[in-house]
Design a protein around this ligand. Sequence first.
Ligand code: FE2
Ligand code: ZN
Length: 421
Amino acid sequence: MQSPVVLATRVLGKAVPALHVNPALARSVPSTVSPVGPSLGLSADGVRSVRAVDRSLEVIWNDGRSHAFPLIWLRDNCDCPRCLHPDTQERTFDLLTVPETPRVASAGLTGQGTVMVLWGDDGHTSKYESGWLRRYAFESPGDDPIRPDAVLWDASLSGRVPRFDYGHVMDSERELGAWLSTLLSHGIAVVADTPGRDREVVRVAERIAYARRSNFGEHFEVRVEPNPINNAYTALKLQNHTDLCNWERPPGYQFLHCLENTATGGDSTLVDGFRAAEALHRADVDAFHVLSATPVLFRFHDTGCDLRFRAPIIGLDGSGRFEQIRFNFGLFGVQALPPDETAALYAAYRKFARLVRDDRYQIRFKLEPGDLLTFDNWRVLHGRLAYQPSTGRRHLQGCYVDRDEILSRLRTSLSAVTDAA
Ligand SMILES: [Fe+2]
Ligand SMILES: [Zn+2]
């Protein structure tokens, strides 16, 4: 079983500064290599020599370090216009047109210190900048450029939920990046002063990419409905939950735009599910194991759909780190497990359910018109207190944005900021 310390870091969490940008990902970044030559004031990362050895090309740098690059890897990573489409930046080279160990006819250096390889099988020439090779030899440039640490939070976040200004988020790549980065690290943020226009929530989603449709539409209205198809469309209290956990891939993020909130009650509640799961791990490691190892059925059905998926309540990735919480009393299906497993599941589920509504972990606040609450639906559980529709109106518009789009847009906003600098 993992230690709580390991569990506190998630998929993206590595011990590096938030928003670390790895320039090695930009294949076209000019290298800083000096011309190679004994009297030219050699740069340490310039290439001194190359030679083919067995299945590799051994590259020796001016500082004496060396690295053996597998020939098949080099051939596959040729970035000439015939191998990498200059417009799409997608590979057009067909890996099966060369042997598993391509033959090197000759290998050497250009006057600029770029490594050149003439391949024996197809007579193709490839060039590799020394700086690019060096990064792949001694760094881990395959890592994602965005690696914010997960910042787990509890009730002490009350009154300190990160806030971003609508106008800045919509106009500035830097501010957009700051908001999205906070969504990755904290899983929660408010975009304040969002204009009270119909479907503005979708326009904010489109600042990123597009809203993800669901069986509730492109966007949904959270207000009292005459014939509700969802408890959210009543004035009832909603226990903290994640949305659409009956889907194979629940929406990554949820946006809720407050248009009106004059009714008595209806305060929003939120809890960091990873923090609550960490607390469960500390309190009862067996219960934690049951919830992270037992696939349970989640289901939503009405006249038009029957959406079901089985997955653990506490989802861990291949390294045992938190990946996804699925928690929703309303969508918890009829489980078909042996009696002893059913009893153990319910005991663990009830323990976790107490934690996700525990005031030590939960924050509570009333959304104001103009607040656009955004949160990680794989991590943060949301709910609301009951309200009295007779005392006023409460109207939110919501939509979902998937995780891929958030990550992609953060990467492009970082590139835009870096390029502008
Ligand atoms: Fe919800
Ligand atoms: Zn090529």
